[in-house]
Write a protein that binds this ligand. Structure first.
Ligand code: ADP
Ligand code: MG
Length: 716
């Protein structure tokens, strides 16, 4: 039996449940939930009243922490963590790589008398100093000042991360340079939430809602991912190095039969999912749904929404737990946006809304005229924001990996537009025309404005082809990539909507100063906003060629590649936007652009090199070995020999062209390098792949060294 067949068989058979402690049944979720989280209640029970009150001001209103209480709080945290079995603590942060970083410190400190004590001081809680020099800073950190520091984020609760031999108290933190510039994704996210809070409250005050003390954005991020057997994974250097297959002929059967989507979940996978859920529950992460996705081997998790900064932390944990747990079941979890060409890719649908501390969802139409007005205002602010900042929405999801998905025929197009649904679109159209509309429109009686129509509550239509869709009481930003941190996309959403809410509130206020009644002013501003920005609304098929033409006519941006999109990040409009709302200084924004470009270039560079390496050292020898066999087989094999030689020649020349491109960098700046990767390396890689994939279909199975799509996607 060939090695390849042996792999297939072991993948199919050799996973064992031995040693896996199955989580307790779902019935006890309530007992498990958040047991590894230092919740506000838990902390409160461990602190004196005055200390708790002071801390609460920090947690809820962002007041600076009182240094006098820091030691007490740290001690309570340490005691709790040690009761949970923790031996170490870590400041956990989100560097600009898009993943998370941690450096573990032991609680135990040796003393001069040869014993040891456990210690965790207020200072250690509040501030850490990881060696920042190996995190990308986009030029924010001069080489002579490599230090950065992490600062405790009291708005996100600390938790316990477990591994087989212990546990670590994990403290969510922000990460900044010593000059105070944000080196992470969390800091701007928190700042953007504050901007949204400020302006949404201003707007709500106009509506007479003065009791609201806080408006937060909320996010529920659905995570798509693939699972494959690890036997295959480690035989595929492309998966190991790049997270996606750089070769692979399409199998005779892909997702055509559409039998996988929502199909019954295979046993092994379901056991895995249950395990993941159990861990997430104990981390206080409310996952709710799990199912098969469209492609074979593809699955999805959806959580219940939370405040955005918590949701962003939790989303990182979801990815981490999904990845780590897979190994216990002999699986590897692929988070890449497009691990398999020709098969659906994976996204992370970021469901986004805003809600008040009194529990009102501002994007819920509601059933009173008052709620309706509030809804129409905030929804119009989103319409305006998306239209004005198409570039940013496209850029915040831009990466080398997401390029394989955006604009392909099963993912949102690279053109940003938004889906409102027929009914809601009509509501805005009616406001424009000043008509009361059909029988459904009952009007806002008693509010002095006959022109605001009643909103139908069951805007039931769905559109899966829109990058940004209204889904009844929230927007679903579908262009976000599966491997991406949601922090930057959420930062962009919060900021652009804060800016629109600000602008529209000011417009209303100006009219009211001229003695225009609030309701009249509101309608005027809604009209004005919708007239100017409705070009962004598109309810049709976003995948169709017709839409691409139409979008061009409407003057919408079509930033096809990540490089095009990233280039728009630092423009006068965006610098002003982010600095006005105190979210990112121009230097911080430039740094982000720099890091995104750098990541793009590095990713493609690694892929180019890996393609060359695999082609040269694995595929080509296999092809030659087969040619030798065919030569030895004599006359009958002549035709096949001829066919394979021709294909092999194409493959060899494509490989030579890729080698030449891999030797170049395209210039000195990250911009030049990114352009070279996109315009020269990627096409050369694709050509190598095309020629190799043709060979895969004709070369003897045992001479092809890589597990194929057939095996990876279908052995479960
Ligand atoms: P749908 O019918 O659109 O799939 P679900 O209720 O199943 O709606 O929600 C899908 C995702 O949207 C879930 O992750 C959910 O938590 C999230 N979601 C629901 N409401 C909100 C909201 N107000 N803000 C943010 N996310 C939300
Ligand atoms: Mg989905």
């Amino acid at each position: 039996m060939s090695t390849r067949d042996a792999d297939i068989l072991s993948a199919a058979r050799n996973w064992r449940m031995d040693g896996i402690q199955l989580p307790s049944p779902a019935a006890v979720v309530s007992e498990v939930f958040a047991t590894d989280v230092l919740t506000a209640n838990e902390l409160r029970a461990r602190l004196s009243k005055p200390v708790w009150r002071s801390l609460q001001a920090t947690m809820e209103r962002g007041a600076p922490i009182d240094p006098a209480i820091a030691d007490t709080v740290a001690l309570a945290m340490k005691t709790w963590a040690m009761e949970k079995g923790a031996t170490h603590y870590t400041h956990w942060f989100q560097p600009l790589t898009g993943s998370t970083a941690e450096k573990h410190e032991s609680f135990v400190v040796p003393t001069s008398d040869g014993t040891a004590i456990s210690q965790f001081t207020g200072k250690e809680l509040i501030q850490g100093e990881p060696d920042a020099s190996s995190f990308p800073s986009g030029g924010l950190r001069a080489t002579f000042e490599a230090r950065g520091y992490t600062a405790w984020d009291p708005t996100s609760p600390a938790f316990i991360l477990r591994h087989a031999n212990g546990a670590t108290l994990t403290v969510p933190t922000a990460f900044a340079s010593f000059t105070g510039e944000a080196l992470d994704h969390k800091t701007p996210l928190l700042r953007s939430m504050e901007a949204l809070n400020t302006h949404a409250k201003r707007a709500l005050a106009l509506f007479g809602d003065r009791s609201v003390t806080k408006v937060s954005s909320t996010v529920g991020a659905e995570q798509e991912y693939f699972l494959i057997d690890e036997e295959f994974f480690y035989r595929r250097p492309d998966l190991v190095m790049c997270g996606r297959t750089l070769f692979g002929a399409k199998p005779p059967r892909g997702q055509e039969l559409e039998d996988h989507y929502f199909g019954s979940i295979p046993d092994r996978i379901l056991t895995y999912m249950t395990d993941v859920e159990h861990q997430l529950f104990s981390l206080g992460i409310p996952v709710r749904t799990r199912h098969n996705e469209v492609a074979p081997g593809q699955y999805e998790f959806a959580p219940i929404f939370e405040h955005t900064n918590i949701a962003a932390d939790h989303q990182q944990l979801v990815m981490q737990v999904l990845r780590n747990t897979a190994r216990r079941y002999g699986l590897v979890c692929l988070m890449h946006e497009k691990p398999f060409a020709g098969v659906n890719g994976s996204g992370k649908h970021v469901n986004w809304s805003m809600s008040t501390d009194s529990g009102v969802n501002l994007l819920d139409p509601g059933d009173t005229p008052h709620d309706n007005m509030v809804f129409l205002f905030f929804c119009a602010a989103v319409i305006r924001a998306v239209d004005l900042h198409q570039d940013l929405l496209r850029a915040c999801v831009a990466s080398a990996s997401n390029d394989h998905r955006l604009g392909a025929n099963e993912a949102p197009p690279a053109i940003m537009s938004m889906f409102l649904g027929q009914e809601l679109t009509e509501v805005y159209e009616r406001i424009l025309s000043g008509k009361r509309g059909g029988s459904k429109a009952s009007g806002l009686l008693g509010l002095g404005t006959p022109v605001l129509p009643h909103i139908p509550l069951h805007a039931g239509d769905r559109n899966r082809t829109s990058p940004f869709a209204f889904t009844g009481n929230k927007f679903e930003f579908r262009a976000v990539g599966s491997s991406q941190s949601i922090s930057f996309p959420a930062t962009v959403l919060n900021t652009i909507v804060a800016a629109s809410v600000d602008a529209m509130t000011t417009m209303i206020e100006q009219r009211m100063k001229k003695k225009v009644a609030f309701e009249t002013a509101l309608v005027e501003v809604l009209k004005d906003t919708y007239t100017k920005h409705s070009r962004i609304v598109f309810n049709g098929d976003g995948y169709s060629a017709k839409w691409h033409k139409e979008a061009e006519k409407r003057g919408l941006l079509n930033l096809r590649t990540a490089v095009d999109a990233i280039e728009t990040v630092v423009g006068p409009k965006n610098i002003e936007l982010f600095s006005t709302y105190g979210v990112l200084s121009s230097r911080e924004l430039e740094a982000r652009q720099e890091v995104m470009m750098e990541q793009y270039f590095k990713t493609v560079n690694i892929e180019g090199e890996t393609t060359e390496w695999i082609a040269q050292t694995q595929l080509l020898p296999g092809v030659f070995a087969y040619l030798r066999d065919l030569g030895a087989a004599g006359e009958a094999a002549g035709g096949t020999h001829q066919l394979i030689s021709t294909m092999a020649n194409d493959f060899v020349s494509a490989l030579a062209r890729l080698r030449a491109q891999n030797e170049e960098l395209g210039g000195d700046t990250v911009h030049a390098k990114a352009h070279h990767m996109r315009d020269a390396v990627l096409p050369a890689m694709m050509e190598v792949r095309r020629t190799a994939d043709r060979l895969e279909r004709v070369v003897a199975h045992h001479h092809w060294p890589l597990p194929g799509y057939r095996e990876m996607l279908f052995v479960k």
